[in-house]
Design a protein around this ligand. Structure first.
Ligand code: CP
Ligand code: NVA
Length: 292
């Protein structure tokens, strides 16, 4: 997320809102370009929205799956990167290890886009900020994140502070966000970390949560269920937020774990707007990276 920079993020959000208003204007904007979309993990939103956004801009999405390409198994990632660089104008990657993304980027001239790694989920954070920006100015707003200090939390802390938001995280002490990401976010703005959800959520304009067990952590799920029992976003917790505060989740959601069905289905929930905005914000990202 940090690679985009505060000005880059502002530009991206503006062009995402612009694309959403009139997608038809960009129908041939990237005609003749090819965008590789590589997945090591399951995906619904990211897979479909990145493929659709690529097509809506007149470019060609090229799906690349781990089982078929064998990156790091059948072939050295540095070799794969140099081969893909001969075919593609951009490469989006969803990976287990963030270091694979960096290794690929080191060996490609074409931009490599993080479609989720163990460290970050920046495309999600751009869509999330876009969703908030549709409702209120980002600067000065309070974004509360409750639960696991994971990839989604990391990108939100960075994007939020870059946009002038005040970010508060409420998480169990053993599951705090990575200290280096917190320090990086604090270079842009205010990040407060609490052991409990309530002080994080009080007066917040957006209350965000994500799954307690991310993809790749399935073996820890019992231990995580126990650690996060007091971190469910329920209507009692939402009452502490600003009266107009929204509920946010990147999805997929586990009702009864990180959020109650009542909150997820309530009028305060903007989760499907977030999901929709994945499409518009990815289109904006491609336009920013690949337009002449
Ligand atoms: N929010 C999100 O990234 O969803 P997928 O895992 O379905 O892509
Ligand atoms: N933190 C979750 C996000 C899924 C979109 C995961 O990494 O599985």
């Amino acid at each position: 997320m940090a690679d985009v920079g505060a000005e880059g993020l502002a530009r991206l959000l503006e062009s995402a809102l612009d694309f959403k208003r009139d997608p038809g204007r960009y129908r041939s904007a990237l005609a003749g370009k090819t965008v590789g979309l590589f997945f090591q993990k399951p995906s619904l939103r990211t897979w479909v929205s990145s493929t659709a956004a690529t097509a809506l801009l007149g470019a060609h999405p090229v799906p690349i799956q781990q089982e078929v390409s064998g990156v790091g198994e059948r072939e050295d990632p540095a070799d794969v990167a140099r081969v893909l660089d001969r075919y593609l104008d951009a490469l989006g990657m969803r990976v287990f290890e963030h270091s694979l993304l960096e290794q690929m980027a080191d060996h490609m001239k074409a931009p490599v886009i993080n479609l989720l790694s163990d460290r970050e989920h920046p495309c999600q954070a751009v869509a999330d900020l876009m969703t908030i920006a549709e409702r209120r100015p980002l600067a000065g707003s309070v974004l509360a994140y409750v639960g696991d200090g994971n990839n989604v939390c990391h990108s939100l802390m960075l994007a939020g502070t870059m946009a002038g938001m005040r970010v508060r995280v409420g998480c169990p002490p053993g599951y705090r966000p990575d200290g280096s990401v917190v320090a990086r976010a604090r270079e842009w703005g205010e990040v407060s970390i609490f052991d409990d959800p309530a002080p994080a959520v009080r007066g917040a304009h957006a209350v965000y949560t994500d799954v307690w067990t991310s993809m790749g952590q399935e073996e820890e799920s019992q231990q995580r269920l126990a650690a996060f029992t007091d971190y469910t976003v329920d209507s009692g917790l939402m009452e502490l937020a600003d009266p107009e505060g929204v509920f946010m989740h990147c999805l997929p959601a586990h009702r009864g774990e990180e959020v109650t069905a009542e909150v997820l289905e309530s009028p305060r929930s903007v989760v499907f707007d977030q999901a929709e905005n994945r499409l518009h914000s990815f289109a904006a990202l491609l336009l920013n990276l690949l337009s002449a």
